[in-house]
Design a binder for this molecule. Structure first.
Ligand code: ZN
Length: 196
């Protein structure tokens, strides 16, 4: 695995969204499960019914993703153990993938720093294929199959990992994982001392 760091940013956390009030961002983040919650380790179940509940879940996920703010979200991050993910790399065009499967990955890979709404405050370098072909259904049950590259491919892979219970900490080097966990522990200690 290449140790090279790139300037590219990835993962599902969006840098900033000044138009979203801080309290709305906080309300969205409170609904997102974080590291230590066992649901994040579960393998999500395939969706069998393309009904109004599924459409409502998709809308709720897009709303929370936008408010958090993020560029992607998996249902397991909300404690819903179903194979549904959403992402929005092109503003105004959110995509919902139901029962997604990555059926091809490019041999060429790239390392980029990834953040995760469920592992707040840290980024780790993750090596992933630059391009993937994804097969899925949309919320109405129509089949989708397309190729994605770069940021879009990275977000799809990140969210598909969530549906298998895999976090970025398992996708990075042992040293980076240790560093990230140390940072998280230090921040928690500061938080509890400050009574936060
Ligand atoms: Zn994530």
């Amino acid at each position: 695995m290449s140790q090279e760091r790139t300037e590219r940013r990835g993962g599902e956390r969006r840098r900033e969204r000044p138009e979203i009030p801080p309290e709305r961002q906080a309300a969205a983040r409170r609904q997102i499960r974080t590291l230590g919650d066992p649901v994040l380790r579960e393998s999500a179940r395939p969706v069998e019914r393309f009904d109004a509940d599924l459409a409502a879940l998709s809308r709720r996920m897009v709303g929370i993703m936008r408010d958090a703010p993020g560029v992607g979200l998996a249902a397991t991050q909300l404690g819903v153990v179903q194979r549904v993910l959403v992402y929005e790399v092109d503003d105004g065009h959110p995509v919902t993938l139901v029962n997604p499967r990555i059926v091809w990955s490019s041999p060429d890979t790239e390392v980029a720093d990834e953040g995760c709404l469920s592992v707040p405050g840290v980024t780790v370098p993750v090596e992933r294929p630059v391009s993937v072909r994804v097969r899925a259904h949309d919320v109405r049950g129509r089949r989708l199959e397309y190729d994605a590259d770069d940021i879009e491919a990275r977000v799809i892979q990140h969210e598909a990992d969530h549906l298998d219970g895999v976090l970025i900490l398992e996708r990075t080097t042992r040293a980076e994982r240790a560093r990230a966990l140390r940072e998280l522990r230090e921040r928690e200690a500061v938080g509890s001392n400050a009574g936060l």
